[in-house]
Ligand binder design. Sequence first.
Ligand code: PLP
Length: 323
Amino acid sequence: MAHAEPLARLNVLCGVDEAWCAAMKDAVRSRLSIDATVKRRSTGEILDQVRSEKADPQTDVWWGGTGDAQLQAASEGLLQAYQPPSTAVMLPWADNFFDLSGGRSAGIYAGALGFAYNTELLKQKGLKAPACWKDLLDGTYADAIELADPNSSGTAYTALATLVQLFGEDEAFKFLSRLGANISSYPQSGSAPVKDAAHGDTLIGISFIHDAVTLRQAGYPLEIVAPCEGTGYEIGAVSIVKGAKNLDAARAFVSFALSAEGQATGAAAGQNQVPSNAGASLPPGAPDISMIRMVDYDFATFGSADERRRLLRRFDNEIRGIP
Ligand code: PLP
């Protein structure tokens, strides 16, 4: 009897939804004969882990989660340059992101930030529906809003950077401070606020719009809001860790993640991000980001290590009261 080739090993830290992490693990096993260990972590936690393993990397690939933290990792020398295959035809925003990272991180999807509220709870409480960021300051939403902790969550860091770009830094911090009166908790994961809103555990969750679409498609009573003042967006990314021990498998994984077929694993797992490969089809429920009023998001500034660190420190000091 012929022996099957042994599977290549690969260690992946995954920043997207658990369902997509699991689907990608299955896809690379069947398509690339890679036996990947895929662990889901929030974006900031992956950055901390990759940094702490610098002397002896245990992670080969960082796949998914907001790209700002991968830009920071690239600038800290934690990522390995990678040349995508010529067949990976990327949309212009992904090309720009790749250049910005010095060829160390590639955009795999985009998604707009917003918030979603539980329509049944809103009705029960007899409250007005919010349509704008500034509506979230209304006293009737006391203890009824969740925003994740931007130290761990790329979603929440995108919210912080978005508000700074929309209102200016000092006004954004005044806004966040007043918003704090309505925030019931700052969970670790960026998906938690909208999942809690879906389950009726909170009224409003600040989240990526595509995440809320996935939950609404699953039947949860959510209304999704693209805030009237405008909003920001993420570029989700994939990178190879410098010193990766399974480099060939890491390169094969990244090529697959950039291919139209690899990106289709997202829609197949119920996800609704906009794929970066020009040949990948848009998930049917993906929000039309061209219809959303969007800030000209400055990835160079808000993905820079110094700026990210400084804003997070200010958030901890002024909003969370952490010295
Ligand atoms: N879930 C989805 C669907 C996302 O698009 C992203 C960001 O890329 C995340 C989660 C990121 O998670 P976190 O905010 O916990 O870092």
